[in-house]
Write a new protein. Structure first.
Ligand SMILES: Cc1ncc(COP(=O)(O)O)c(C=O)c1O
Length: 339
């Protein structure tokens, strides 16, 4: 029985053509800025995002950290959602390394809005920490920031002299789901990072994008963090391949997720509104049984997923989940003896 891994879109493995592109990549020393393939990827992502420049970083966490370090500033407040990735899953690095004070705000499904941000802002005084940066996650657990909300938050940031960093680990999922150009989303952020290693299917790396002066500073901070690497054109080739071949196909992942969400909505033991599955991440509740119990039953049928709460489960579709796999997941869900 083939195992279908729905734990995360980080589990994808490079496809043979991506491996071939990696093997053939022209390389140089990127600390000397002499790797032609990295340079090509950085030019390409600056163009796609509509920013002046971009920088390859080893991970999404490093991209976020560099931005908080530069744009947040020691002792300053970074306004974010209370369940954001930087708040919960980056080992306290905003405080421990960037020296910023993350402030967790509320927002339905992880999405901030102008009113909540403004309600937090307070007059500057020598006894208080000053807000310098708003950090948004797009998608947030699969939910896309509405463009109108981004526009309002941008207006708020401009009015109060705040910068915006977008953690776009799954930014391309948002763009595909909303049928937007990437640059039409990125225009609302001063800096942004997106992961090559999630839905786009590359083995490693994220891109940090922003103004020329921001990226010049980012290059130094990346080195300070130990993130200067040498012949990484091999990884850049995977990134270029991903951007050229794996963007439009994200719509398939979204369709598979919707199919699974619909199947769950018809089960007595699961509770879900399929309309809330906007991209490739499905969250559902198991109100009458512990989620761990359902995860274990699914695992016995060869379907892997995560419990994210006592009665909540997350499933993620991706490049390595085919239509055939999706049909099997749907059948397993239908046949599962839970109650
Ligand atoms: C929303 C979000 N931001 C950032 C990251 C960090 O990415 P990485 O694992 O490459 O550090 C993740 C990883 O899962 C994520 O989901």
């Amino acid at each position: 029985m083939r195992t279908i891994d729905l734990r995360s879109d980080t589990t994808t493995r490079p496809v043979p053509a991506m491996r071939a592109a990696m093997a053939a990549a022209e390389v140089g020393d990127d600390v000397y800025r002499e790797d032609p393939t990295i340079n090509r990827l950085e030019e390409m992502t600056a163009r796609i995002t509509g920013k002046d420049a971009s920088l390859f970083v080893s991970s999404g966490s490093m991209g976020n950290l560099i931005s908080l370090y530069i744009e947040g500033g020691r002792g300053n407040e970074v306004l974010t959602h209370r369940e954001s990735h930087i708040m919960l899953h980056e080992v306290g690095s905003p405080a421990a390394i960037a020296g910023v004070m993350p402030v967790g705000l509320d927002g339905s499904r992880g999405i901030l809005d102008r009113r909540t941000i403004e309600a937090h802002l307070h007059p500057d005084d020598y006894t208080v920490s000053r807000a310098t940066l708003i950090e948004l996650e797009n998608t947030k657990d699969g939910a896309c920031y509405p463009i109108e909300t981004l526009r309002e938050i941008r207006a708020c940031a401009d009015e109060h002299q705040l910068k915006i960093h977008m953690d776009g680990a799954r930014l391309f999922n948002a763009a595909v789901a909303q049928q937007q150009q990437i640059s039409d989303i990125c225009r609302y952020a001063d800096s942004l990072s997106f992961c090559l290693s999630k839905g786009l299917g590359a083995p490693a790396g994220s891109m940090l994008c922003g103004s020329r002066s921001f990226i010049d500073q980012a290059l130094k901070v990346r080195k300070m963090l130990g993130g200067g690497m040498r012949q990484i054109g091999i990884l850049a080739a995977a990134g270029i391949y991903a951007l050229e071949h794996h963007v439009e196909r994200l719509a398939e992942d979204h369709a598979h997720a919707q199919q699974i969400a619909q199947a769950l909505s018809q089960c007595s033991w699961a509770s879900i509104d399929p309309e809330l599955t906007e991209t490739n991440i499905i969250f559902f509740d198991t109100p009458e049984v512990p989620s761990e119990q359902v995860v274990a039953l699914l695992e016995k049928q060869g379907v892997l997923c995560f419990s994210t709460g006592w009665h909540t489960i997350r499933m993620v579709t991706h490049l390595d989940v085919s239509q055939e796999d999706t049909d099997r997941v749907v059948q397993v869900i239908k046949d599962l003896q839970v109650l």
